[in-house]
Design a protein around this ligand. Sequence first.
Ligand code: ADP
Ligand code: ADP
Ligand code: ADP
Length: 214
Amino acid sequence: MRIVLVGPPGAGKGTQAAFLAKNLSIPHISTGDLFRANISQGTDLGKQAKAFMDAGNLVPDEVTIGMAKDRMAQADAEGGFLLDGFPRNVSQAVALDASLKAEGQQLDGVLDLEVPEDEVVKRIAGRRTCRNDSSHVFHVTYSPPKEDGVCDVCGGELYQRGDDTEETVRRRLEVYHSETEPIIDHYKAQGLVVTISALGKVDEVTKRAMEALK
Ligand code: ADP
Ligand code: ADP
Ligand code: ADP
């Protein structure tokens, strides 16, 4: 199964992707997590991406598309993928369509997570991320770790992402509206989009998502 998750920053894509990927037995591929792993390992790719991420802008397609394709090529052997944070503009969507077509494959669905902007801001302001693995995500009030500042999953240190500041979030929301939202129409034209509300408890949203993907 090949699924794309779309939604504004803080919608809960990473949180939902972890559960959905498990339920559907497909790998969760987050380009944001891949970039952060490259940054913490000090790779050239990480160095190329960092300034764009810190400013809340998209990392250029030349860097992003190659990285995503490399990871998707591995996912072929894993039964498909759940893409989180890719594609994030129409040219990435076109590149994804072309590379799937070349392999005789197609997407099964695009899940669009809808959340009001004031909720997104609250979710991002309280988000705490694990230094060891940025797919381990908590929230100071909505899903606090058992021990303050410590990741439940791996014991790593929890921190607030540098791009989770109020100013950068505003920029990321602008980028979402201008660059990412157009991919929803791109995929609507292919009849692939299902939209669900991402409000409510995490497990309620997962249930809604599983229903929508049936
Ligand atoms: P995204 O990947 O879309 O940026 P995350 O999955 O990182 O979003 O979630 C953003 C923040 O909101 C995290 O702190 C997460 O714990 C929290 N969160 C996710 N889903 C919910 C939910 N249904 N209710 C409340 N908080 C949530
Ligand atoms: P969120 O879901 O909270 O917006 P992500 O972890 O998905 O955060 O992305 C963090 C940052 O990584 C983005 O603001 C952007 O700079 C970069 N990034 C992630 N995915 C892409 C992509 N597909 N294209 C360009 N930049 C990306
Ligand atoms: P290292 O420093 O370990 O050689 P890199 O940063 O060069 O790591 O690369 C990490 C991964 O990202 C590799 O899979 C590589 O193919 C991919 N990659 C690196 N640079 C680019 C780029 N400009 N465009 C697409 N993929 C890239």
